[in-house]
Design a protein around this ligand. Structure first.
Ligand code: DGP
Length: 208
């Protein structure tokens, strides 16, 4: 039985930066190179809590800023045990958004960083955050932008500024997403491979 653990790899970025496509490409790439990898995304709209979040995002229900912040956080807490189990079984998790989205989107509305970070304390700490950067013009030109609650230019600019304040050079890589899909996957795969190798014998850590 394998004694090595999987890595917790998070992709973050503003809306339409290509996170979902890249997470799925990365899982496929890792699987093809013989590693066990699984895609996970937040918000997970399949749970009761996730269904409330979905209603909020599609403008079918209102919550004040603090309440929706806590619901997004709860949605991550619901998955903690499952994620820990998979990692300990040696499966690398490629996660589409995590606590950094949680803090950035709420801080962009004016809530304090400290308040926003608090409910995330004790969740699993990623081994690597891959932050996809995109110019505003490129983001606005991408298909589908504008369908959900947060998808407007001014708000996304603020979200970007808030994400940048969370940068931590010890486990965070900025990656320019303005390149072809496959080129981007290759860049991400290189970082992912290095992390999987270097973290396999290290204990899991907790946020923040
Ligand atoms: P997605 O399914 O990745 O397109 O995310 C849906 C929207 O929800 C997107 O505009 C970003 C936002 N979002 C994701 N996670 C969080 C979070 O934890 N808190 C808040 N306030 N918004 C989030």
């Amino acid at each position: 039985m394998s004694t090595t653990r999987g890595a917790l790899i998070v992709l973050e970025g503003v809306d339409r930066s290509g996170k979902t496509t890249q997470c799925k490409n990365l899982v496929e790439w890792l699987s093809k190179s013989g590693k066990k990898a699984k895609y996970i995304n937040f918000p997970d709209r399949s749970t009761d809590c996730g269904s409330l979040i979905d209603k909020f995002l599609t403008n079918n229900q209102e919550f004040n800023d603090e309440t929706i912040h806590l619901l997004f956080s709860l949605n991550r807490w619901e998955s903690k045990s499952k994620m820990e189990k998979l990692l300990k079984e040696g499966i690398t998790l490629v996660v589409d958004r995590y606590s950094y989205s949680g803090v950035a989107y709420s801080a962009a509305k004016g809530l304090s960083y400290d308040w926003c970070k608090n409910p995330e304390v004790g969740l699993l700490k990623p081994d690597l955050v891959l932050y996809l950067t995109l110019t505003c013009e490129a983001m606005l030109s991408r298909k589908g932008f504008g369908n959900e609650r947060y998808e407007n230019k001014e708000f996304q600019k603020k979200v970007r500024e808030c994400f940048e304040k969370l940068y931590d050079s010890s486990y965070w890589q900025n990656v320019d997403a303005n390149r072809s899909e496959m080129d981007l996957t290759q860049v991400l795969a290189k970082y992912a491979d290095e992390t999987i190798l270097s973290m396999s014998n290290k204990p899991l850590k907790l946020l923040w």
